[in-house]
Design a protein around this ligand. Structure first.
Ligand SMILES: [Zn+2]
Length: 134
């Protein structure tokens, strides 16, 4: 098992991978590798075990650090998101200056948060008023 990559790197790699997905592009190789290094540092391997009671998902423990486990969980959740039914709902649009990514939980959702939506509406209102006074 390799050393898990640094938290900051995994965070950046996750953002690069998510952003590439939103843009319909392939992520840079370096970002994908970092993401996969985090996955590889998982302290356990899942395996399908079979007992008299039938199949069950078991975890085969491996030595690893607590941070490696946390980052692996983060990367696993990210991989599940990108390959799951919510992948097409991953979005990045927000108010100017907003860097949040979010899941469009319903079709009408346009912003990461109510606060961001309010900022956009306020900016639009202000711009309209500016135009009408000229
Ligand atoms: Zn936002």
């Amino acid at each position: 098992m390799g050393r898990p990559p640094a938290t900051r790197l995994v965070r950046g790699a996750a953002r690069a991978v998510f952003s590439a997905h939103i843009a319909g592009e392939r992520p840079e190789r370096q970002a994908l590798e970092c993401f996969n290094d985090a996955l590889a540092a998982a302290p356990g391997e899942r395996e399908l075990a079979w007992s008299a009671a039938g199949p069950r998902l078991a975890v085969r423990e491996r030595p690893g650090t607590r941070m490696g486990a946390v980052l692996a969980q983060l990367a696993e959740d990210g991989a599940d998101l990108l390959t799951g039914s919510s992948a097409a709902k991953l979005s990045a649009r927000g108010a100017q200056g907003c860097t949040s990514l979010y899941i469009r939980s319903h079709a009408a959702r346009r912003w990461c948060s109510d606060r961001c939506g309010n900022r956009v509406r306020a900016a639009r209102h202000y711009a309209d008023r500016e135009r009408s006074t000229k």
